[in-house]
Design a binder for this molecule. Structure first.
Ligand code: PMP
Length: 466
């Protein structure tokens, strides 16, 4: 019997009794039913009880870029796995070769695609590339990898060691040595007061850390071009040119984690392309196949790839890394069909246009409701930071964002929110709809948020309880 044939109550009971949900406190489910999703079409999803929602979270974790129910991607996967479902990535396969070429056309300056199956895994592999280069080329020096406060790079222990979110790290130390944090660049939460050259000052924090650690120990810096789950943090004017200069000065590789910002999310093919960044390494996942199949990759320059090509004296220099599922052909087959859809339907452009439209409406909401401290983002990656005091910018309690997300759901809208941070970026609501978003759907998102904020104003107690 197919799962869809089960009555809703049975699916929900099986879920309640047997499944452990990610990032969830299950005690809540003693008092309410778990949310179980059963269907998606375009920008809408349906739960087991038959409720339908406009999904402004692209699957909850910013990844269903081309939307739900794409038969073209399903057909591509089916055709490919019937032909050849798998062969280890020590060899090539047709869809892996074809997708790599198409992807690289969108990434001038980049040259090689190394496959994996999750964002964390791609980042782990990128870190291994940096470490191997440190050993082969720098005699073990230049092995440190710097990362920013508030950036997220994954859930596995090394990726978490490179993550600047204490709300994700708090139970999992000790961490892997050689990863060093430096401050974020959020202008709204300025560390330097109200200054005109905030971007340069924020970049200088990176230089200070490189100098403190010793430039000969630092191999790479990993960034999100726009910090997603850490609070949708856009870089201030002047930040990236200063960062690039610093990295060049100290011979430090730039690794852009485009797991969220890649594949059109921010209104360009890749987030780093807004800022003229020239990365040495780019990691991709999520939107790369709009999550029709688990696939990720590390993309490098030819110069980096060359570090692993043996001159005749050292055949040991190959990259000593392997993952079984990098050889599953469903991933690149789905990624290829996904890329064709993005191109044919001009969705990168739509992301830019609808993002601008949505951001303008959010500014209007901000002017109306003092609980909105800041709205920011690019393309269809937008954040609404909530505060309880406009002078101190004190964040609202976590319950407020939970409540808002719940109220939106009751009105048929799914939004995201960042999780509790114990410092400053608490409670940023996230809008990350599918890239096919229409103006009518954008208007629905804004009208729903407007209604929710209006209702929230009436529950003053909740807003002031921080
Ligand atoms: N990098 C970024 C920027 C992410 O947002 C995520 C996932 N949220 C990851 C890496 C890790 O990806 P995955 O969950 O596929 O391991």
């Amino acid at each position: 019997m197919g799962i869809m044939a089960l009555p809703a109550s049975e699916i929900i009971e099986k879920d309640r009794n047997h499944v452990w949900h990610h990032l969830s406190q299950h005690s809540v489910l003693k008092h309410q039913d778990p949310l179980v999703m059963v269907k998606g079409v375009g920008s809408r999803v349906w739960d087991a009880k038959g409720n339908s929602y406009l999904d402004a979270s692209s699957g909850g974790v910013w990844c269903v870029n081309v939307g739900y129910g794409r038969t073209e991607i399903a057909d591509a996967i089916r055709d490919q796995v019937l032909k050849l479902n798998f062969f280890a990535s020590t060899a090539g396969t047709a869809p892996a070769a074809e997708f790599a070429e198409k992807l690289l056309e969108k990434m001038p300056g980049m040259s090689r695609v190394y496959y994996a199956s999750s964002g964390s895994e791609a980042n782990e592999k990128a870190f291994k590339i940096v470490r191997q280069i440190a050993q082969q080329k720098h005699g073990g020096k230049k092995h440190k990898i710097l990362y920013r406060d508030r950036d997220y790079h994954g859930t596995t222990i090394a990726a978490l060691s490179a993550t600047g979110q204490e709300e994700r790290r708090m139970h999992y130390g000790p961490f892997v040595p050689g990863f060093v944090e430096f401050p974020h660049c959020c202008e709204y939460r300025s560390q330097f007061g109200d200054v005109s050259n905030y971007g340069v000052l924020a970049a200088n924090e990176l230089e200070k850390v490189i100098l403190r650690e010793g430039p000969d120990t630092v191999g790479a810096v990993v960034f999100e071009s726009i910090t997603a789950g850490g609070g949708v943090i856009t870089p201030p004017e002047g930040y990236w040119p200063a960062v690039m200069e610093i990295c060049k000065k100290y011979n430090v590789l730039i690794h852009m984690d485009e797991v969220v910002c890649g594949m059109g999310r921010t209104g360009k093919w890749f987030g780093y392309q807004h800022y003229g960044i020239k990365p040495d390494i780019v990691t991709l996942a999520k939107g790369i196949a709009s999550s029709y199949a688990p696939i990720s990759c590390v993309v490098t320059t030819e110069a980096l790839f060359d570090e692993f090509i043996a001159d005749s004296s050292d055949r040991a220099a190959y990259f000593r890394d392997v993952s079984t599922y990098a050889g599953c052909t469903a991933g690149p087959a789905a990624a290829l069909a996904n890329l064709q859809i993005l191109e044919r339907e001009n969705l990168v452009n739509n992301s830019a246009q609808m993002g601008d439209y949505l951001l303008k409406q959010l500014v209007t909401l901000k002017d109306k409701y003092s609980v909105i401290g800041d709205v920011r983002g690019k393309g269809l990656l937008l954040g609404i930071e909530l505060i309880s005091d406009s002078k101190t910018k004190k964040p609202v309690a976590e319950e407020v964002a939970i409540k808002i997300a719940g109220m939106c759901m009751k009105k048929g809208l799914i939004i995201g929110r960042t999780n509790r941070s114990f410092t400053h970026f608490n409670n940023t609501l996230c809008l990350c709809p599918v890239l096919t978003l229409t103006q009518k759907e954008a208007d629905f998102i804004v009208a729903t948020l407007d209604a929710v904020f209006r209702e929230l104003l009436e529950s003053v107690d909740l807003l002031s309880s921080t």
